[in-house]
Design a protein around this ligand. Structure first.
Ligand SMILES: [Zn+2]
Length: 379
């Protein structure tokens, strides 16, 4: 989210100029009759029964999975700098009101020793670059959350908090786990939940289930209920599915339907490391829920073309405010496909796929459109 206050500046400037104009000419502003005021208040709202409309946009990207080749490439004299890797996609990430990323490799920091596959630990500076690029929320529940144990989780959470990054899915206490992550923009409140299918066989330390949210239907159902009570748009991240498969499996589609029925509004899938298409799910109470089954990798050291492709997914929440109630609609899903370029596997950059390989971009667009014909692509 880029906080621009230009419109306020322009408003103040215009007010000053108008005031200055009145003083200079000495002509007072024309008197406004009570009738005129009454007429202007009587203006028919655009949507019958609703007087105002608000819109908020949400963007999401997939896995931020930092292999050693990637952090080695970002080494500086006194640490790491990942900011240049995001330079080309930053304008797309920061233009939405809220942007969420999947922090797949935990940022436990160099102090406890960095590590790569299969047990990841990434530099704090990955967090700095995400923050700088306009990311507002990170999803932390995934199969690598427990890779480096409690010290890495503590370091990562403390660093995210220091940065002012909202986070969901991994916590330092049971009390914290039970607090829903909330953000309000343009008068629309969002909540964020995150769960993983597993943690690569690493058990959660006894009595510390709050360290990572696991996919458990009863837990998800009760969290969704709480999130629904506290917010207008519930954003659910699910780390699930089969790696490298272009389509979701029955478990993914079934779980997404369950989550939609139980209150999720937008479902963000990740883990397969490749893109899986989105779909609309119509619930029994008439809501339209949007699910993207896998957002693929956004930044990783994986060096096979399908795993270098990612996407920036954007969707809008529209709120129609009436005298006694308001109504939320999820609409206008769009995608901007990306590609992680590397030079000799030692220099990395995220670029738009259309700049790297336009033909491949067209293929990816048609794959993403598998179940939605009128999907929009912003490039
Ligand atoms: Zn994963």
């Amino acid at each position: 989210m880029k906080r621009t206050r230009c419109f306020i500046c322009i408003f103040v400037l215009l007010s000053v100029l108008l005031l200055a104009g009145c003083i200079a000419t000495g002509i007072p502003a024309a008197p406004v009759s009570a009738d005129t005021l009454f007429e202007s208040r009587k203006t028919t709202p655009a949507i019958p029964g609703f007087s105002r409309t608000r819109t908020a946009s949400l963007s999401a990207v997939g896995d931020i999975l930092i292999h050693s080749k990637v952090y080695d490439s970002a080494k500086t004299n006194d640490g790491y700098d990942f900011v240049p890797l995001f330079e080309k996609v930053k304008p797309y990430l920061e233009k939405s009101d809220i942007t969420i990323a999947n922090s797949e490799s935990i940022i436990g920091g160099a102090g406890i020793g960095l590590s790569s596959y299969p047990s990841f630990n990434s530099p704090f500076e990955v967090g700095d670059a995400l923050k700088d690029s306009g990311v507002d929320v990170v999803s932390m529940a995934n199969n690598h959350t427990l890779d480096r144990g409690i010290p890495a989780i503590e370091n990562a959470i403390n660093y995210w908090d220091e940065l002012g990054m909202e986070r969901t899915g991994s916590y330092l206490s049971a009390e914290e786990r039970d607090q829903i992550t909330l953000m309000t923009v343009n008068d629309i409140s969002f909540s964020f939940l995150s769960y993983t299918y597993g943690t690569n066989g690493i058990p959660t330390p006894s009595g510390k289930d709050y360290l990572v949210n696991r996919i458990d239907k009863e837990l998800i159902k009760s969290d969704l209920q709480q999130a629904d009570e506290q917010s207008e748009v519930v954003v659910l991240s699910l780390h699930f599915g089969d790696e490298y498969q272009p389509l979701p499996n029955e478990y993914q589609t079934g779980l997404a339907e369950f989550a939609a029925e139980n209150g999720a509004d937008i479902i963000l899938g990740h883990h397969p490391h490749v893109l899986q298409p989105p779909a609309w799910i119509e619930t029994s109470d008439g809501r339209k829920v949007f699910v993207i089954y896998s957002l693929g990798n956004f930044l990783s050291g994986q060096n096979e073309i399908p795993r270098q492709i990612g996407t920036i997914f954007t969707i809008e929440a529209e709120k129609k405010i009436g005298p006694d109630s308001s109504e939320i609609t999820i609409k206008n899903p769009s995608f901007t496909n990306t590609f992680v370029k590397n030079r000799d596997y030692s220099w990395f950059e995220i670029d738009l796929l259309k700049n790297v390989n336009p033909d491949l971009n067209e293929e990816v667009k048609s794959h993403l459109s598998t179940w939605i014909n009128d999907l929009q692509f912003i490039e």
